[in-house]
Design a protein. Structure first.
Length: 324
């Protein structure tokens, strides 16, 4: 499916395409020249030429068509993110160069030492009033306990000044003892929420400075002060925040659907996309063994005897339907 075809999906469906697709589902197929919308429905992956009759179009099951469209959308978002990274890389030398006789504050600065990264955070947060943070599973669990204590003192100082803290984690950390103990010690305007998947580590301070990893092991970081980029990152955080499930100060329990837990639904979505156990574990913030346990439980719940059958049963079960 091309990007243009996907862009046109809502337009095609709104211009009679949805009615034609519904008729094809009811009748088990339609004549190929049935309507001008038919070729566009084929391009969208909603109809396919029949194998035994080239003059007939057969409908694709709605759950399969929907997953294809959503996956195409996700691929386009990922490509946009890669494009943004290339733009930042291309323009970084110019952003850092400055333009006037007065020394200019670098809009993007690379820090290649963890100690220096900590110093930068301390300096920026000294008078800060707002902290937005995204803490992935492996970022939080691998940190030195001494760093946790330092961060705790720094965060409490911000709260004591009347500031506020908003933090996002993965669902896998909802019951982590160390995380629960952290929030029991903090007092003030602090909230935490969780999602199945989150971005890489992100810190936004007062919506004027952001820090993001510059390499895979987070030993380097970019200090971003460009208003447009910091605004973009803060907006991204805000949108993730609205989608997230409250964890602290009041936890909200996610509902189980037909015996399938929310975590198993998240795994099911990634299985349908064709990801390996290792990729699923990494994206959901768990080890591979735990991911395989959840996959086995999901298979048992749906009555699957094989990996291939599990994908089919996931689609048939409706657990990934938007209204579910």
């Amino acid at each position: 499916m091309t990007g243009n075809a996907h862009d046109d999906a809502l337009k095609v469906l709104g211009e009679g395409g949805l009615d034609l697709y519904a008729r094809a589902l009811q009748q088990g197929g339609i004549p190929a020249p049935a309507a001008p919308e038919a070729p566009r429905l084929v391009r969208l992956g909603l109809l396919n030429p029949a194998l035994d009759d080239p003059d007939r179009l057969d409908p694709v099951a709605p759950h399969i068509a929907l997953h294809r469209l959503l996956r195409a959308s996700a691929d386009r978002v990922a490509e946009e993110r890669r494009r943004e990274e290339r733009l930042v890389e291309a323009l970084q030398p110019l952003l850092q160069a400055g333009g006037g006789p007065e020394p200019a504050t670098a809009l993007i600065t690379l820090h290649s030492d963890k100690e220096r990264i900590g110093q930068v955070i301390d300096e920026v947060m000294a008078e800060a009033r707002e902290l937005l943070a995204v803490q992935p599973y492996n970022s939080y669990t691998s940190a030195d306990p001494a760093l946790h204590e330092a961060a705790l003192r720094r965060d409490q100082a911000l709260l004591d000044r009347g500031g506020r803290i908003r933090a996002l984690y993965q669902h896998t950390l909802r019951h982590a003892p160390r995380l629960a103990a952290r929030y029991e010690r903090l007092t003030g305007d602090v909230e935490a929420r969780t999602l199945d998947e989150i971005t890489e580590r992100l810190i936004v301070i007062d919506r004027t400075v952001a820090l993001v990893p510059a390499n895979a092991d987070r030993s380097s970081a970019l200090e971003v002060r460009h208003p447009a980029l910091v605004g973009y990152l803060a907006t991204t955080f805000d949108r993730l925040w609205r989608l997230a499930t409250p964890m602290y100060p009041q936890a909200v329990t996610q509902p189980t659907l037909n015996g399938v837990t929310p975590r198993q639904r998240a795994i099911a979505a990634l299985l349908v996309e064709g990801h390996t156990d290792a990729v699923i574990a990494d994206r959901l913030g768990m080890n591979v063994r735990t991911a395989r346990v959840h996959i086995a439980k999901l298979a048992a719940t749906l009555g699957s005897q094989s990996r291939a059958q599990l994908g089919y049963l996931i689609g048939r079960s409706g657990i990934l339907d938007p209204e579910a």
